[in-house]
Design a protein around this ligand. Structure first.
Ligand SMILES: N[C@@H](CCC(=O)N[C@@H](CS)C(=O)NCC(=O)O)C(=O)O
Length: 214
């Protein structure tokens, strides 16, 4: 079996820890029992130092033997081919997983990230608030009717949607009990807890290296 390497930064400031998107790939590997190692690229100079691997200077990217790919969503779909723990193999279950995986990225995160960014920049009631509210309200209705987004079971669509929704400002935006219960249900999974703890340890170890070097 080929060696999986999840690439992330060698260090990040405290704010994004626990949310850096390598966590999505770690989490999927943990769910599926796939062995992986973590590789690092320097955070300092990220704008230019690894553009050959990730054309926007971001992380994560994934290496699987001779295959290399960026975009956390693409990485999840790649991993899902390796294990039906991540995506069912029947055509209906697979189609549902694909559509909700894309929905997490292209219907929710596409609004939630710019909204969150404007909000932390101090633009509290920014022009995206109504748009995000509408998307989250629709999702609340869907999640009130089912436990999982696709195929009546956990899939990468839940992993991704819960990761998009667990951002504290998004979570605190109005009261949506079904969404809150869903985020809790998905992030209560041991694989998420392990992936998050491992990411925190990775950056804490980097703090110690920096302290020794300075
Ligand atoms: N659409 C990309 C987004 C990647 C992304 O936003 N990565 C963040 C870390 S979670 C990053 O590298 N930020 C540093 C930067 O943009 O300079 C994906 O899902 O992989």
């Amino acid at each position: 079996m080929s060696e999986l390497t999840i690439w992330t930064y060698d260090w990040v400031p405290e704010g994004p820890r626990g949310f850096v998107r390598d966590l999505r790939l770690r989490w999927a590997c943990e769910e599926a029992g796939l062995n992986y190692t973590v590789g690092t690229v320097p955070f300092d100079g990220r704008e230019t130092n690894h553009l050959a691997h990730q054309p926007f200077g971001q992380v994560p990217y994934l290496q699987d033997g001779g295959v290399e790919l960026f975009e956390s969503g693409a990485g999840l779909l790649h991993l899902a081919r390796k294990s039906d723990t991540l995506m069912p193999r029947d055509p209906v279950g697979e189609a549902q997983t694909l559509q909700w995986t894309i929905a997490a990225l292209n219907s929710i995160e596409m609004v939630s990230v710019p909204w969150w960014f404007l909000k932390i920049c101090g633009d509290d009631d920014n022009g995206l608030t109504g748009w995000l509210r509408q998307r989250l309200d629709h999702l609340e209705r869907v999640l009130g009717e089912r436990e999982w987004l696709a195929a009546d079971r956990f899939t990468i669509a839940d992993l991704l949607m819960a990761d998009v929704l667990r951002v504290s400002l998004v979570r605190a935006f109005d009261d949506r009990p079904a969404t809150e219960a869903y985020v809790k249900r998905v992030t209560d999974r041991p694989a998420f807890k392990k992936a998050r703890a491992d990411q925190m340890s990775h950056f804490e170890a980097a703090d110690r290296v920096r302290e020794t070097a300075s």
